[in-house]
Ligand binder design. Sequence first.
Ligand code: HEM
Length: 431
Amino acid sequence: MRSRTDHWSFLFGEIALYSLVVLFVTGAGLTVFYDPDMSLAGYDGVYTPLRDVPVSRAFASTMEISLEVRGGLLLRQVHHWATLVFVAAVCLHLLRLFFTGAFRRPRGLNWLIWVGLLVLGMAAGVTGGVLPDDMLSGGSLGLIQGITQSVPLVGSYLTGLLFGDAVPGERVIPLFYWVHVLVLPLVMAGLFAARRWLLRRHGRTHYPGAARVSRPASFALFAVTAGVLTLLGTVAEINPIWLYGPSRPGTIGAGAVPDWYMGFLDGAIRIMPGWEPVIAGHPLTLSVLIPALVVPGGFFTLLAAYPLIERRLTGDRGLHHTLDRPRDAATRTGLGAAGIAFYGLLWAAAANDQLAHHFDLSLFAVTWFFRVAVVVGPVVAFEVTRRVCLALRWQESQLLTHGVETGVVVRSPQGGYTEVVRAPSRVPSRT
Ligand code: HEM
């Protein structure tokens, strides 16, 4: 039993770590059967609807894992579910660090590690999603090709570097395979090791007034995380590639959407106007460049640099081991709400077609709504949140100054009336 500050919001980081362990274990199992080869041959597996259809070895081996290797489908599904949970846990952990000011000195590096883990987790999800070479993988490759080609001056060169002479060619999946199973996992494991070292060096933060309590060793949480992921992989079908069929350049199913963590990018691309000015005889594809590179690049750079920005603006260079309550830092909390609104609206915009269809609205009206909302929404979210924080602080200060009303009014011997107030039973210390 270790003694540590116990608050449920501290668990997200650990859940992320345990999901990554599950990813490593299931990923290692998948490498035994998976073949990162894009050369085509007639499908000769057990799934008769695809019999003799030309498919890549990558697709055929993933089909084999799913339908012929005993326990293979479970491995794939647990691997995929662990990805979704990993990225979600990293996001929630980052939110906790942000809203409590846990990124302040001396923990700036820890913040950067978590932002890095988010970006690498997304990269691992994208490179992994391409590996089965099914129709959705083909859609992702098409998008990746479009994004690399939109880069001014070096776009064609980058595309050639990734795909070779032809798109999709036979180069990209083997390349992504090594990035996916070796490079990204090594860097991510290194970041977790660095985080552990930092934790030992600086100790843990704690909420103001929180008692230090002990809780069972983390193996229990690992078992629960692995158990829930296995349960999800058992009962909740995910990425059934036999229904999608093999990748075909230029083909994508109706209603296809990426994994949840890439939704914001999809949304940004969907609502961007089709701007493509011609400069000195060369087209500049702003309609892809802005939503796919400038917006996410700016967003994650701001996120990474936030501790520095806050330190500059507030001049607070002190060491902080006690966490802030979100209401105590109204501007920061407002900015966080603005960030969530921006990300959330881009994310929701990835469902513009579904929203239009289900609510019987015009697709153009929905798209225009999101174009306006991604600009106005964050401003409104900032102001509303900041005011709520300030109001909560004011309410608390009132309580501390005037006490709690009891509803009992007494008459003094002189004839005056006064209400009996009592001191608050608990000075608020947590959110
Ligand atoms: C040691 C680490 C890892 C290894 C050896 C590994 C290996 C593999 C292999 C061989 C595949 C292709 C088989 C298939 O698609 O079913 C795959 C797919 C995939 N991987 Fe990994 N992986 C690792 C880590 C990760 C991480 C860290 C993530 C994300 C955070 C991730 C996300 C995915 C996804 C989303 C797929 C597609 C799964 C599907 O087919 O539905 N992997 N991985």
